[in-house]
Design a protein around this ligand. Structure first.
Ligand code: SAH
Length: 245
């Protein structure tokens, strides 16, 4: 499989780029890439480009950009707002959110959130790696972790918040989306301990928040997040995946 890399530099035919130290290390020492090897690169702005590695050393790799393989295309505006959970589980959520086309991941601290710190660097790395592998043209944004009430206080009311409510007060996502106008969306998932009653009461008062149910079983937070994103994408997602040039 062709190596696919996210880079921050502008992409255009003939560009010569030096990769950052971490990427160079990964390519040279983990992937054992060779000079001359073909790569695909994307930066979230200029589409996807084919190129090749022009020099591979232990901590320094350069590449030459050749021609565009896919133009940049709009992607669904779908955030995942998630209470931090155990390390392995939040790592899984970050990876799957990227694969399932979330445009942003926003860690929010709820009453029953046990985890007090979010390793944003590690989560970003997981999302980037997943984006490289799943052939997205962007990497989801990681928004600054914040307390839930703060996140809601500054919420853009145009972004419908599908609040995953394990108490069963909500309707199925398909039903809720049927009467929500097309536009930005977010999915909110609670921590291992669920939402506190006062959080549910607060959410119920917000005009942009809609409780949704994922069925009669109580899912683990990571399952709920992944299932909800998949359902939203199945209903509202963009199915056209243009062929490579
Ligand atoms: N400990 C809690 C469960 C928390 S599950 C309890 O026993 O009630 C973690 C999160 O996953 C919940 O806060 C909710 O956002 C989501 N979730 C789990 N099952 C769900 C379901 N059936 N419908 C909607 N959301 C669900």
């Amino acid at each position: 499989m062709t190596l696919r890399l996210f880079i921050t530099a502008d992409l255009e035919a003939g560009a010569q780029l030096a990769l950052c130290k971490e990427q160079a290390h990964y390519l040279a020492n983990v992937m054992r890439a060779k000079t001359g090897e073909a790569v695909l690169v994307f930066n979230g702005r200029d589409g996807e480009w084919a190129g090749s590695l022009t020099h591979v050393a232990k901590n320094a790799v350069t590449l030459a950009v050749d021609s565009q393989t896919r133009p940049q295309a709009p992607e669904p505006d779908l955030w995942l707002v998630a209470a931090p959970i155990k390390k392995d589980c939040i790592d899984l959520v970050a990876e799957k959110a990227s694969e399932l086309g979330a445009s942003a991941l926003w860690p929010v601290f709820t009453r029953r959130t046990v985890t007090s710190r979010v390793n944003t660097e590690r989560l970003s790395a997981h999302m980037m790696e997943a984006a490289e592998q799943c052939e997205r043209l962007t990497v989801p944004q990681l928004l600054e972790p914040a307390p839930l009430d703060k996140a809601l206080a500054g919420w853009d009311p145009a972004r419908t918040l599908l609040f995953l409510d394990e108490s069963g007060s909500g309707a199925p996502i398909a039903q809720v989306l049927a009467d929500v106008p097309h536009g930005p969306l977010a999915v909110l998932v609670g921590p291992e301990g669920g939402f506190a009653p006062e959080e549910r009461t607060m959410l119920a008062k917000l005009p942009f928040a809609r409780p949704v149910s994922l069925g009669p079983r109580i899912l683990r937070a990571e399952t709920a997040a992944i299932a909800a994103l998949a359902i939203v994408q199945a209903i509202r997602g963009d199915w056209s995946r243009g062929p490579r040039n």
